[in-house]
Design a protein around this ligand. Structure first.
Ligand SMILES: Cc1cc2nc3c(=O)[nH]c(=O)nc-3n(C[C@H](O)[C@H](O)[C@H](O)COP(=O)(O)O)c2cc1C
Length: 300
């Protein structure tokens, strides 16, 4: 009943761990799969080792999280052992997320990591905490050029991850499809936002501003996925503020073929996947719906 498909990729459940939430550790990725994730996305991998921004980098507020982790990465050349362990213990689909600051950088990383054969390569063109990559996600021409070049570097499916912080997400999505993207992930964090501590009268994040995620951005994510679904034929991984079965169903009805889970892991831990799966299943049964695919895009 919970089986789903993202393009040609079969998923045992529609839930996908979103990038950056639990790093890249093979054991932790496997725990997500064992607890009901249909696929896992690794933390975005960049060109060289980087620590990211100084603490504090992640804070909770009433209706979500604000983060400025700043894309810490071991660098693509320092992950061979992790990849081998991932491929040894995980049989479900792995999504590798990649960021760079130029087309050449994306291509170099993608060529290298393709040998580890992840199921999908996600292009992070949408991180608000680092200038690198962000420009691509806001500009249809730049993102088209990136996708066309990246497609020459690998046979693996390419999935750009779009930002809600753009003028017209439909236009960006159409450009991605035309340039050869196999699927689209949406959305990355919204904002940037800021939290000020009124006692110290200072922004709480060391970096001052950060991307917003969690329940606060769900309506933005739903709107983005709905508009993308109206504009393109390629499948969508819908991400943003999903924390229970009803949210996930809403995202599927907006047009997502599978649903990313990010901040909800902070609130409910890795068991959140099983919890959401149970809630989806119960809703499907109560509504006499046999399969996830029967509700994809139902809101259109
Ligand atoms: C602490 C943190 C780190 C993140 N790191 C990444 C990242 O490395 N690459 C990326 O594409 N998205 C990253 N994201 C964005 C998430 O993958 C997701 O798109 C976003 O949080 C919205 O989903 P959510 O509301 O379910 O968290 C990060 C989000 C958080 C909260």
């Amino acid at each position: 009943m919970l089986k789903a498909k993202l393009g040609r990729i079969q998923l045992k459940t529609p839930l996908v761990l979103a990038s950056g939430i639990l790093g890249t550790n093979a054991q932790i990725m496997k725990r997500c799969i064992d607890n009901g994730a249909g696929a896992v996305t690794l933390k975005s991998i960049g060109p060289i080792e980087r620590n990211g921004h100084n603490n504090p980098t992640v804070l909770a507020f009433d209706s979500g999280l604000i983060n400025a982790v700043g894309l810490p990465t071991p660098g693509y050349l320092n992950m061979d052992e992790e990849w081998e362990e991932i491929n040894r213990i995980i049989k479900e689909p792995i999504i590798a997320s990649v960021y760079g600051s130029s087309v050449e950088e994306y291509c170099r990383i993608i060529k290298y990591i393709s040998k580890f054969n992840p199921s999908i390569i996600e292009l992070n063109v949408s991180c608000p905490n680092k200038k690198a990559g962000m420009a691509f996600g806001k500009n249809a021409e730049l993102v088209s050029e990136l996708i066309r070049e990246v497609k020459k570097c690998t046979k693996l499916p390419i999935m750009p991850k779009l930002t809600p912080n753009c003028d017209n997400i439909s236009e960006i999505a159409k450009a991605c499809e035309k340039a050869g993207a196999d699927m689209i992930a949406a959305i990355n964090t919204a904002g940037p936002g800021m939290i000020i501590d009124i006692e110290t009268r200072k922004p709480l994040l060391k970096y001052k501003t950060g991307g917003i995620s969690g329940p606060a951005i769900k309506p933005i994510a739903i709107r983005c996925v709905y508009e993308i679904y109206e504009s393109v034929k390629i499948p969508i991984l819908g991400i943003g503020g999903i924390s229970n079965g009803r949210d996930a169903i809403e995202m599927l009805m907006a047009g997502a073929s599978a649903v990313g889970i990010g901040s909800a892991v902070y609130y409910d831990n890795i068991e959140v996947f099983n919890k959401i799966n149970r809630e989806i299943e119960e809703w499907l049964k109560n509504n006499k719906i046999k399969s996830i695919k029967d509700i994809i895009g139902a809101a259109r």
